[in-house]
Design a protein around this ligand. Structure first.
Ligand code: SAM
Length: 183
C-alpha cells in the first residue's frame, strides 16, 4: 500500500477531527511555505501536522538554527511523525492549537496551519486566530489552508492584511496568507 493511500485511510477514519480524506498536495505544501522567513534562529509554529507532509517542507525551508513547534491533537499521528521525521529542529506537541501559549513562549516568525476551522465553534476559531496573531512578530504571516473560503472573514477581522488564493487542483484548496501589521 503506498504512503499517500495509507495516510488517506487514517484521515478518513478520523474525519471529524482531520476534516479531510487525503493529505494536502505538493502545490499546497509549496504555496503555504512561501512566507516562512529563512533567517537564523526563527521560531515557526505548525497547527495540524497530520502525517507531516507540510512539516517536512517547513523543515526544508527554515535555517539550521531555527525551531519548529508542530501541534497535533491525534496521538497516533504524532507517533508516526516521530518515527518518520528525524530532525532536531522539530518539536512535536500532542495538543491543540488553542493551547499555543502553554507550549511556546516568546514571539513567533510564522504560523502554518491546516486545522479544520469549519469544524470548530466560532468562539474556538476566533480564539485560535487571535492568540496566534498576538504571538506573531510584527510583519509575520499566518498561512492557512482549507477546502473552503468560508472562514476567510474570521481572519480578516483579526489580521489587517489578508490574501485569498485558490489552488485549482482536485480537491480545490484555498490558502489564506494573513500578515500582522501593528500600527
Ligand atoms: C486537514 S488535516 C491536515 C494534515 C496535514 N498537515 C496535511 O496538510 O495534509 C488537519 C489536521 O489537524 C489536526 N487537528 C484538528 N484539530 C486540531 C487542533 N485543534 N490543534 C491541532 N491539530 C488539530 C487533525 O488531527 C489533522 O491531522
Amino acid at each position: 500500500m503506498n504512503k499517500k493511500f495509507k495516510t488517506g485511510l487514517k484521515f478518513t477514519k478520523n474525519f471529524f477531527v482531520t476534516g479531510a480524506f487525503v493529505e494536502t498536495n505538493r502545490k499546497v505544501e509549496l504555496e503555504i511555505c512561501k512566507h516562512i522567513p529563512k533567517q537564523e534562529n526563527a521560531t515557526i509554529v505548525e497547527f495540524g501536522m497530520g502525517h507531516g507532509n507540510i512539516t517536512q517542507e517547513i523543515l526544508n525551508t527554515i535555517s539550521p538554527t531555527s525551531e519548529l513547534y508542530a501541534f497535533e491533537v491525534n496521538r497516533e499521528f504524532c507517533e508516526h511523525v516521530q518515527q518518520t521525521i528525524k530532525d532536531e529542529r522539530l518539536n512535536i506537541i500532542n495538543d491543540g492549537a488553542e493551547n499555543l501559549t502553554t507550549h511556546v513562549s516568546g514571539k513567533i516568525d510564522a504560523v502554518i496551519s491546516s486545522i479544520p476551522f469549519s469544524f470548530f465553534s466560532k468562539q474556538k476559531g476566533k480564539q485560535i486566530i487571535q492568540t496566534a496573531h498576538d504571538a506573531l512578530k510584527n510583519e509575520a504571516y499566518f498561512s492557512q489552508v482549507l477546502l473552503t473560503k468560508f472562514n476567510f472573514k474570521k481572519f480578516q477581522q483579526i489580521f489587517s492584511e489578508c490574501q485569498l488564493l485558490k489552488i485549482p487542483t482536485f480537491p480545490v484548496y484555498y490558502i489564506y496568507h494573513c500578515q500582522k501589521k501593528s500600527s
